[in-house]
Design a protein around this ligand. Structure first.
Ligand SMILES: C[S@@+](CC[C@H](N)C(=O)[O-])C[C@H]1O[C@@H](n2cnc3c(N)ncnc32)[C@H](O)[C@@H]1O
Length: 220
């Protein structure tokens, strides 16, 4: 069954607003519907839109792609990626771009931890996005292998990622060290994502979401 959500991001001071239409398919595949971390990351991008304008942005595990679409609407050059084998999800990424008038966005199959030809062909990223990619510990090392590969091409690149707290014992600290990366938590109140109804939706309201900025070690 196909459904559509609409998110909006507004700046009350300048009365600017963007709307994003997100087609979803009720399906057991994780990438076919929007997860609570996505509006929070999208809100961070909207809040930081001066930083993404004209920048090369790559979203990993994009699923329904809300953060990547917001980055594109804020003037970034965006590439959306999801698992290479998930053709239905990649098709839905294309569809989301189309319904939002963002047909210039590229959609590429990238599987975390796989050094495939597609990975080598990606543009040099200034910003990498990942919403709710850290949910299964077996994937954490592969995710950071991919992120670290992308950051080696630009040591100044930033990985902006949101995740949903599911277990307090789960940490990526050791893996960040392994891959020469460092993470800093960004409080949700810093970008107005602490009040509920983020992106005009109650999706994130009942969950504890964290926002991290991950950079190469030694880079300010
Ligand atoms: C929990 S969903 C989050 C989707 C979307 N980012 C959001 O927040 O709504 C995880 C996403 O990671 C993708 N994914 C899962 N395993 C993957 C892998 N090994 N490589 C690349 N993407 C993967 C799934 O297809 C899905 O889109």
């Amino acid at each position: 069954m196909q459904v559509e959500r609409v998110f909006y991001f507004r700046d009350e001071s300048t009365k600017t607003e963007i709307n994003v239409r997100v087609p979803e398919i009720v399906d057991p595949q994780y990438g076919m519907f929007t997860w609570p971390s996505a509006p929070v990351l999208a809100q961070f991008i909207w809040h930081s839109r001066d930083q993404v304008k004209q920048k090369q942005v790559i979203e990993i595990g994009a699923g329904t792609s809300l953060p990547g679409i917001v980055a594109s609407l804020c003037g970034a050059k965006v590439t959306l990626t999801d698992k290479e084998e998930y053709s239905e999800c990649l098709r839905n990424c294309h569809h989301t771009c189309h319904v939002n008038g963002q047909d210039s966005i590229k959609v590429v199959g990238i599987t975390w931890g796989q050094f495939s030809p597609n990975l080598f062909r990606l543009p040099v990223a200034d910003i990498i996005l990942g919403s709710d990619c850290f949910y299964d510990t077996k994937d954490f090392d592969d995710i950071l292998a991919t992120v670290s590969f992308l950051m080696e091409k630009n040591v100044q690149a930033k990985f902006w990622t949101t995740y949903q707290e599911r277990s307090s014992s789960c940490t990526i600290e050791d893996l960040l060290n392994k891959w020469g990366l460092q993470g800093a938590e960004i409080p949700l109140k810093d970008f107005d994502a602490d009040q509920g109804n983020v992106g005009g939706s109650s999706l994130s309201d009942l969950h504890t979401i964290h926002m991290l900025e991950i950079t190469s070690k030694g880079v300010e």
